[in-house]
Design a protein around this ligand. Structure first.
Ligand code: KG4
Ligand code: ZN
Length: 332
């Protein structure tokens, strides 16, 4: 079962060939970071145009690296939401064209479900139940993957998404876009206990609130500036990161233990964060939980995770019609 996965929901133009939902034959990412960097964040119109330019070369490279032609495809899986509408439309149109021209079934994939299924590419078939922490540029979700394979959101952010908070704080610190990996790097030489930033939403729910933390970072930087002190970038990065990681680990593991679920998946770009991975590993080990943490390269947006999630849906007998639309707000 060879599936082409196409992902264009945000700022990565990505395609992959995956066999049997688990074996990655090719995984190509045409990054657009350089085009968005001057603006300090993703510009939707720039993203859509860049997908347009990059997608066909990315598809050509994917087939070449996977040693396949369009005729070898058993299906096409494509992200149809959530994400930027113009960006999603480019990938979906391409996916439909390939499916129609080569008489292959089409399956629309929820981007967030794709992130969770990245785990399947390294740990084998994802056997529910599991609690998944999906933390990306646009989303922060503690989700339950139920026994029947359906998802339910247990908790979400009431303001900023985790990746968005990383990107914004990086900008305040004068670090380039995307800020998550920059904060991760800067934090390595900082002290996570240097500044006591707030841990919000300690109210027993699984919801997150990160805007107060972001404001606390701004206030701290202003205070230092007013006192004529240089911004302690490494300490601010490490202390901010620790606050996000504390809340993310706490919410996720509470959800798992409250429901007696022994498997935890971390997914999405922020799951590439080295401190989050380290803390999650330690805490899961202490509680006897199995942690599925895909390699950082499979945590950030890619086509392989879309092919994996799509293969799973196809195996359940699902297909999408060629009039499938994009849904920028598609929920998990
Ligand atoms: O999943 P993703 O590639 O795209 C979306 O679906 O949004 O996630 C991108 C987000 C960005 O906000 C980026 O700064 C963040 O993931 N990110 C990280 C790290 N690597 C990427 N955040 C913290 N630490 C990292 N190492
Ligand atoms: Zn993503």
């Amino acid at each position: 079962m060879l599936v082409l996965g196409i992902e264009t929901s945000c700022d990565e133009t990505a395609a992959a060939l995956v066999a049997d939902g688990r074996v990655v034959r090719a995984n190509v990412i045409g990054s657009q970071w350089e085009r968005h960097r001057p603006y300090g964040g993703v510009v939707p119109e720039v993203a859509a145009r860049a997908h347009h330019e990059l997608l066909l070369p990315v598809l050509d490279r994917t087939l070449a690296e996977g040693g396949a032609t369009y005729r070898d495809l058993d299906a096409v899986a494509v992200t149809h939401g959530p994400g930027l509408v113009g960006a999603l439309l480019v990938g979906l149109a391409a996916g439909k064209a390939v499916a129609l021209a080569h008489d292959a079934p089409l399956i629309g994939v929820n981007h967030l479900e794709g992130h969770v299924y990245a785990a399947q590419l390294e740990f084998g078939t994802l056997e529910p139940p599991a609690v998944a922490l999906v933390v990306s540029g646009g989303h922060t979700n503690v989700a339950l993957l139920a026994e029947d394979g359906t998802f339910a959101t247990l908790g979400t952010t009431i303001d900023d998404a985790a990746g968005e908070a990383f990107d914004k704080v990086a900008r305040f610190l004068g670090l380039p876009y995307p800020g998550g990996p920059e904060i991760d790097r800067a934090a390595r030489t900082g002290d996570p206990a240097a500044i006591a930033f707030p841990r919000a939403k300690q109210d027993g729910s699984y919801d997150f609130s990160l805007s107060g933390l972001k404001t606390a970072v701004v206030r701290e930087l202003r205070r230092r500036e007013a006192a004529g002190q240089p911004a302690p970038i490494a300490d601010v990065a490490a202390s901010f990161q620790e606050a996000v990681v504390d809340v993310a680990v706490d919410k996720t593991l509470h959800a798992a233990t409250d429901r007696g679920i022994e498997q935890v998946v971390i997914a999405g770009g922020v799951a590439a964060n080295s401190r989050l991975r380290e803390r999650m590993e330690a805490e899961c080990a202490t509680r006897g939980l199995r942690l599925l943490a895909p390699s950082p390269a499979l945590c950030t947006d890619n086509g392989a995770m879309i092919a994996a999630a799509g293969t799973n849906r196809l195996a359940l007998g699902e297909r999408s019609a060629l009039d499938l639309g994009v849904d920028p707000n598609l929920a998990l």
